[in-house]
Write a protein that binds this ligand. Structure first.
Ligand SMILES: Cc1cn([C@H]2C[C@H](O)[C@@H](COP(=O)(O)OP(=O)(O)OP(=O)(O)O)O2)c(=O)[nH]c1=O
Length: 348
């Protein structure tokens, strides 16, 4: 069985960070999301992996190489215009040829392994399988209708959802999916939708099995969800402890885990955590409190007298501030910098 990972979207909901790097390279617990996808495929024995990228995403090939670091072989497939997930699958047909394949959305993170998906596919003798997860706002997802244990319909972002079971970004397909994709028309948002292709499979009499995941599922589609994914990956990896990478110097700090500190960082006189991940080369000095935040490579915070929460600091971004206000949320893109002067208070 082959694997296909999609990375070629526009990532508009993750601006400004997805301007300077593909969102599938953004770190969750200091590892690119894409690495987790590759590992999930390797865990179930998939070795031949195709990755769909946009031609401008030149950072992706050097980061994954030929796949040997993962024990896989990797083939890149270009999608010049992100016309939808089904369109990306269509472009990958020459790579996938005529065997079953697992499709993963490259910005999705699953706690469960893909064994459940594989089991649903094989035990039901089916023509494909999807993974379902209960969600709170079904209107925002592709929603499945299951009757008597069988998937009977899927609908993209329905106004009146038939269930709260969302089709999440892990699928298993057999070659008839390509004929279904060939019949599609673009949706109202102008994309060839994979949910329409699945519905077409069902309408043509093919059986699509399903596996319900109770494990956590998230994606890095928005900044809030990126922070959420980071929280649960840190909790999974570290519990309530913290880890400090090689060559990092941490002095006079109070740390409440989970907190992950990369290599070559300099951190002094700060209160950190919980849920903070810090990439390599970060410099923090005299920071009152940082919580639920991500600091990308070589960013720095100096003399920040208030509490920072729910924030992301881009690569080589800098914040210097002395205000005595109590808290702040910062979303700083790469190479941006802010200096906040001390507030002079009138004596009363
Ligand atoms: C739409 C689309 C997405 N993808 C990938 C990108 C993501 O990793 C994954 C899910 O995409 P989405 O998050 O649905 O789309 P997007 O990446 O364009 O983001 P936004 O809606 O914020 O602009 O699928 C493709 O490879 N080709 C496509 O045509």
């Amino acid at each position: 069985m082959k694997g296909l990972i999609l990375c070629a979207g526009r990532g508009t909901r993750l601006h400004p960070f997805s301007y300077s790097q593909p969102k599938t390279l953004l770190p969750v617990a200091n590892h690119p999301v894409l690495h987790y996808c590759i590992s999930k495929l390797r865990e179930v024995g998939v070795q031949e992996i195709g990755i769909v990228i946009h031609p401008s995403q030149v950072q992706i090939p050097p980061l994954v190489g030929n796949g040997s670091q993962f024990g896989a072989t990797i083939t890149f497939i270009e999608q010049e215009v992100p016309l939808g997930i089904a369109h990306a699958v269509h472009l990958a047909q020459p790579f996938l040829q005529d065997e079953p394949f697992i499709l993963l959305l490259g910005d999705n993170l699953l706690m469960d392994s893909l064994h459940g998906l594989m089991r649903a596919f094989t035990s039901d003798n089916s023509d494909g399988a999807v993974m379902l997860s209960e969600v709170e706002r079904p209107q925002d997802y592709g929603i499945a209708e299951v009757q008597e244990g069988r998937l009977v319909s899927v609908e993209e972002k329905p106004r009146q959802p038939k269930s709260n079971l969302a089709v999440i970004g892990a699928y298993l397909f057999t070659p008839p999916i390509f004929e279904s994709i060939a019949t599609l028309q673009p949706s109202a948002r102008g994309e060839y939708e994979i949910t329409d292709a699945i519905q077409s499979m069902i309408d043509r009499g093919f059986h699509i099995a399903h596996a319900l995941t109770s494990g956590k599922y998230s994606d890095v589609g928005t900044i809030d969800r990126w922070l959420e994914a980071n929280r649960w990956m840190l909790a999974k990896d570290l519990g309530n402890t913290h880890r400090v990478g090689e060559g990092s110097i941490v002095t006079n700090c109070e740390i409440v885990g989970p907190v992950l500190i990369g290599e070559g960082c300099h951190i002094e006189n700060c209160r950190l955590g919980p849920y903070v991940s810090i990439q390599n080369g970060v410099h923090l000095q005299n920071c009152a409190h940082i919580e639920n935040s991500i600091m990308l490579e070589n960013s720095s915070l100096m003399d920040v007298a208030w509490s920072i929460t729910d924030s992301v600091f881009g690569r080589s971004s800098h914040l210097v501030g002395q205000s005595t206000d109590t808290s702040g949320v910062f979303i700083l893109s790469d190479k941006s910098s802010i200096r906040i002067p001390a507030v002079k208070r009138e004596d009363t």
